[in-house]
Design a protein around this ligand. Structure first.
Ligand SMILES: Cc1ncc(COP(=O)(O)O)c(C=O)c1O
Length: 374
């Protein structure tokens, strides 16, 4: 073990030199879009609880009721202990929201992506992934044994070129992308991707992790993946698609088969949050108003989602900007490689329906004081 520790310590030091060593700061999450760090209350502009449902009293109550009725854990994988009574209603609601025949809940969005991609694609197939597709989609592609190629971000000409060059040499082809990109906040041109997929006999998988609540399902994907952990404020992931797809996953997706089912409280909270998200569309509208106000004040491109990137280049520049904002009472995380491509370290500003107008005005002043606007 000393030898292992020595080698790992060297690798940590190398990461630190490159400005990409990660640490886990102690943080207390609060309600109202705020957090506690180092004894200070900061406005949180880095969470994914876009709609403010994580702490909504009705969501918390749903979780508490499930906890009291069914206990803390689910006890086993679903194929072992059977279907929990809370799972099917959530899956039906997710399928209705995505306008698909069926849905299947996984332990997390990460597990959903690696499970579905590695089950559907096989050796001899081709996976074409957007350059900015989330790490779990790439991990799923690698597990599948299919050939993986990346197309330049949202670049339809490049996607078509790859299809022309490589589609013919593979049995099946799966195109994978995100509805709203996690670190850039922009959207994929889904109808153009659908048209290319149809022209080249390919399937489309869209990860809607950051899009839920900001636009529902449509026919652009054969497979939708998502998470219960961001706008729905709970925990878990899901796949939505045809009934056959879900039947197939139950006996082929290894991250579903060999992993314990979601805890009842998480399932109940996600289901209640989904109902509230649909009943209260003003929440998402408010988030977009916030994001657009900040984008406009800083002369940044129009915000298409709850995520507004401010690209600064080096990890040091992003860390310094984040530190200065924190001094002013705002938490905006610095996002560095490998989460984003080298040279594009950034502030990733995210908005919540819980932020007030004066929170937004204060953030604008603090960002302008950094003199980093383009
Ligand atoms: C695009 C995308 N897909 C999937 C995930 C994973 O979801 P989960 O956190 O539920 O594992 C994330 C973030 O965590 C994400 O940003």
């Amino acid at each position: 073990l000393p030898a292992l520790n020595h080698i790992l310590a060297e690798r940590i030091a190398a990461a630190e030199k490159r400005g990409v060593k990660r640490v886990l700061p102690n943080t207390g999450l609060e309600t109202g879009g705020a957090m506690l760090r180092e004894g200070r209350r900061l406005l949180n502009f880095s969470g994914n609880d876009y709609l403010g449902l994580r702490t909504d009293a009705r969501v918390v109550e749903a979780a508490q009721t499930a906890l009291a009725e069914y206990g803390a854990g689910s006890g086993a994988a679903r194929l072992v202990s059977g279907n929990h009574p809370l799972h099917a209603p959530l899956e039906e609601a997710l399928a209705a929201y995505k306008q698909t025949e069926a849905a299947l809940v996984f332990g997390s969005g990460y597990l959903a992506n690696i499970g579905v991609i590695s089950a559907v694609a096989e050796e001899g197939d081709l996976i074409l992934a957007d350059k900015l597709a989330h790490a779990c989609m790439l991990d799923g592609a690698r597990l599948s044994g299919a050939a993986l190629r990346r197309f330049a971000h949202n670049d339809m000409a490049h996607l078509e070129q790859l299809l022309q060059q490589h589609r013919g040499a593979h049995r099946h082809c799966l195109i994978v992308t995100e509805s709203v990109f996690s670190m850039d906040g922009d959207r994929a041109p889904l109808s153009e991707i659908r048209a290319l997929a149809d022209a080249y006999d390919a399937w489309v998988l869209v990860d809607d992790a950051h899009g839920i609540g900001f636009g529902a399902g449509d026919a652009s994907a054969d497979i939708w993946v998502g998470t219960l952990s961001k706008a729905l404020g709970s925990y878990g992931g899901y796949v939505a698609g045809s009934r056959v797809l879900v039947d197939f996953l139950v006996s082929h997706a290894r991250s579903f088969i060999f992993s314990t089912a979601l805890p009842p409280a998480s399932v109940a909270a996600a289901h209640r949050a989904l109902q509230l998200m649909l009943a209260e569309p003003k929440r998402a509208a408010r988030v977009l108003t916030h994001a657009r106000a900040v984008a406009e004040a800083l002369s940044l491109p129009f915000a298409a989602s709850a995520i507004l990137p401010i690209v600064l280049g080096t990890p040091e520049a992003a860390l310094e900007a984040s530190r200065r904002l924190q001094e002013g009472g705002f938490y905006v995380a610095a996002i560095r490689p490998p989460t984003v491509p080298p040279g594009t370290a950034r502030l990733r500003v995210t908005f919540s329906a819980q932020h007030s107008e004066s929170d937004i005005a204060g953030l604008i002043v603090a960002l302008q004081a950094l003199s980093i606007a383009p």
